[in-house]
Design a protein around this ligand. Structure first.
Ligand SMILES: [Zn+2]
Length: 283
């Protein structure tokens, strides 16, 4: 197909005619194009402009429908020139205004619609992405808050489980030794004068002027040691053993040495337990 016959076929298609002939037969349609045939023209013209539907090059010569006027067959070096040509010739006998408008408008709209759709899709995607990010950040924040709350509560629980040792109003001498001396200074056997000397050093009120308790404790230690000296050897062993147990209980509370030794794990387990409990309560 050469340029002329290709364009003739186009024009025939635009007019809704058989491109292989019959152009003369239906010639009157061509001159009395109503609005619906103008739409058909534009649709056909748009199809021509679509490169996918564009005419396949036949007989060697290429026709670029973007650069060729479908009305007068003029070719242009640039699609923009064809546009200007259509604007200029619009309304002439060869270039019916409605058909040109439809063609130009359709070309513009087609492009616009694709662009608008792409823009809308992009915007929606961006928005959704932002929304998802926000939602994820919110969830993370909530989880972090919950985890921090659980951690604080776990620490409190640990401290509460740990003993809260207090000095009784009338403590025994062994209990005062166990209460004020670190375990490394606890005697192997029931405490003696030497232990009392260590205790008085620690409780010396002149070393703790800011804390009046030490005066009271120092005098309590004196009374307790005096009483302790009255006890027989086997009674001393019995009291010493009993008071060591009391000290351990006062220190550990309801925890075990095992719990105390793995306190980090204990805290983590407790934290998990609290979160699981909270999860169950919110169900
Ligand atoms: Zn033209």
């Amino acid at each position: 197909m050469d340029v002329d016959s290709a364009l003739a076929a186009n024009l025939a298609g635009i007019a809704g005619q058989d491109p292989t002939g019959g152009m003369h037969h239906h010639h009157h349609h061509h001159h009395h194009m109503n609005l619906s045939s103008a739409v058909a023209t534009a649709t056909a013209a748009a199809n021509v402009i679509d490169p996918n539907i564009g005419l396949a090059p036949q007989g060697g010569e290429d026709i670029d429908p973007k650069k060729t006027c479908i009305f007068c067959r003029r070719s242009f070096s640039h699609p923009g020139s064809l546009g200007r040509h259509l604007d200029l010739k619009r309304g002439t006998r060869m270039h019916p205004a409605e058909a040109v408008d439809q063609l130009r408008g359709d070309v513009k709209r087609r492009g616009d619609i694709v662009e608008i759709k792409a823009r809308r899709a992009k915007r929606a995607k961006e928005y959704n992405a932002r929304d998802e990010v926000k939602e994820r950040a919110k969830t993370r924040r909530k989880e972090k808050d919950r985890s921090m709350r659980a951690r604080e509560e776990a620490k409190l629980n640990f401290l509460n489980r740990l003993g809260l040792p207090a000095l009784p109003p009338h403590p025994s001498f062994p209990y005062m030794v166990l209460y004020f001396l670190p375990p490394s200074q606890w005697p192997h056997d029931p405490p003696t004068q030497e232990t009392y000397n260590q205790l008085t050093l620690i409780l010396d009120p002149s070393m703790h002027l800011e804390d009046e308790h030490f005066i009271d404790w120092a005098s309590k230690a004196k009374v307790a040691y005096d009483n302790w000296q009255q006890l027989g050897k086997s009674k001393k062993i019995e009291v010493w053993n009993r008071e060591q147990r009391s000290a351990a209980e006062a220190a550990l509370g309801t925890l075990t040495l095992y719990d105390l030794g793995r306190r980090e794990d204990w805290l983590m387990d407790e934290e998990k337990r609290l979160i699981a409990m909270e999860g169950m309560q919110s169900m």
